[in-house]
Ligand binder design. Structure first.
Ligand code: NAG
Ligand code: NAG
Ligand code: NAG
Ligand code: NAG
Length: 377
């Protein structure tokens, strides 16, 4: 029925003229509003629930990350060997003031030969500290004792580094280390400390990473038998302490040497960095370096390492590059002197002791069989 044009329009008809369309909320009925609100509420509940649930499985709200890298088996091929009478040809002898504040003079190959600080036969390699000069000698050790710091000429990327270590240096004032670093780009290309101890060397092997900012082991799942210390690897945290793991006393010094030392392995790969110390007698399966005809080494079959630095919160490819193998024996220096008294090495100061007591350094030598560098094919 047509309405009369003259009569005023009804209120309902005016409202109805504003078409009800889904995209215009001002036209929705109460029922539509109810449905839409319910759907939004359900979505919010679902999203919040999912986030809370994920947090719970990752270790609540402490920011810890329970994920763990897959250290799958890599196929290693022998890339480099350091052994026998050519061992030292593959190193440069560092010649400068000691960056670690030690009471030493790092000498060149000529001096090292003269004082017999680097010595190699077909089967064994020795790196030692001078045990001959003292008060009244010319030269003497009043400004530091003669020692060496060797840096491999070749710089390496990721790989498996095996070290046959027959004897580790120890004794008051000693600070020996076997490590990897890029001497020209520190800390930006990283540092990997494989073996390190000070003074009596009887508190276990100290392993560490030192990096630029942004590499940490804090709140990261790790699988190792050693005892973790500081988590942050950044060199500026706590005066370059690094992220550390310490092994038991049998992994360095007199106790390690007593059994003829052992095989030390560093696996550096995208997934993480791991160190094993296998005392010779305790591990027949890994009591010597693989020879020609042996199966290539397979860390995935070795069980938990002594130290595990997974890449979970540290981009290993970014923080570690161009690494030289470095061997040295420092004397005194920041670390050694900080624990001089607690190690029971007083009453002389560390520096006096080094200058005046050449006979104290007969155990301050590294003895190696060989080093091998394996790369994944
Ligand atoms: C290692 O070699 C085996 C046998 O050739 C092969 O099946 C495997 O994929 C290789 N692994 C890697 C990580 O390349
Ligand atoms: C040099 O040191 C080695 C190892 O300690 C030793 O066997 C050798 O006799 C020494 N050589 C000399 C000339 O003293
Ligand atoms: C850490 O490395 C930076 C960059 O080279 C340097 O400036 C700083 O002195 C280092 N800090 C320590 C404590 O080694
Ligand atoms: C690594 O060393 C090579 C050769 O010395 C150099 O050209 C390159 O820039 C270095 N890379 C980094 C990332 O430092």
């Amino acid at each position: 029925m047509r309405r009369s044009e003259s009569s005023p329009p009804r209120y309902e008809d005016v409202q109805g003229a504003k078409e009800r369309v889904w995209w215009n909320p001002s036209t929705w009925t109460r029922r539509a509003w109810l449905i839409v609100s319910t759907v939004i509420l359900l979505i919010v509940v679902a999203v919040v629930g999912a986030v809370v649930g994920v947090r719970a499985t990752r270790g609540a709200d402490d920011g810890s990350d329970n994920s763990y890298p897959d250290y799958f088996k890599l196929n290693y091929t022998l890339a480099d060997t350091y052994s026998g009478t050519t061992f030292f040809d593959k190193f440069t002898y560092f010649r400068d003031y000691d960056p670690a504040g030690g009471h030493v003079h790092y000498v060149d190959p000529e001096y090292a030969g003269w004082f017999n600080l680097t010595y190699a036969t077909e089967t064994t390699v020795i790196v030692k500290v001078d045990t001959t000069v003292g008060p009244g000698d010319e030269p003497d050790a009043s400004t530091g004792r003669f020692t060496v710091r060797l840096e491999s000429k070749t710089q390496y990327g990721p790989g498996l580094f095996l070290f046959d270590v027959k004897h580790t240096p120890y004794g008051c004032a000693t600070w020996p280390a076997l490590w990897l670093a890029d001497p020209n780009n520190w800390p930006f290309n990283g540092e990997i400390d494989i073996m390190e101890a000070v003074n009596h060397g009887n508190t276990g092997n100290l392993m560490a990473l030192h990096t630029s900012e942004g590499c940490t082991m804090e709140n990261v799942r790790r699988e190792h038998t050693g005892v973790a210390g500081q988590g942050d690897c950044h060199n500026a945290t706590n005066h370059n302490t690094g992220c550390t793991v310490r092994g038991p006393p049998a992994t360095f010094g007199p106790e390690f040497n007593r059994g003829g030392g052992g095989i030390v392995a560093l696996e550096w790969r995208r997934e993480g960095i791991r160190v094993w110390v296998f005392p010779r007698a305790a591990s027949p399966a890994v009591s010597r370096l693989p020879g020609a005809g042996d199966a290539p080494p397979d860390p995935s079959a070795w069980g938990a390492p002594l130290a595990d630095f997974p890449a979970t919160r540290c981009d290993v490819d970014k923080h570690f590059r161009n690494q030289s193998i470095i061997v040295n024996i420092d004397l005194c220096g920041y670390y050694t002197e900080a624990v001089w008294e607690s190690s029971g090495c007083s009453p002389k100061t560390c520096r006096q002791y080094v200058s005046e007591t050449p006979s104290a350094f007969h155990d301050a030598y590294w003895e190696f069989g060989a080093f091998q560098v394996w790369t994944a094919s």
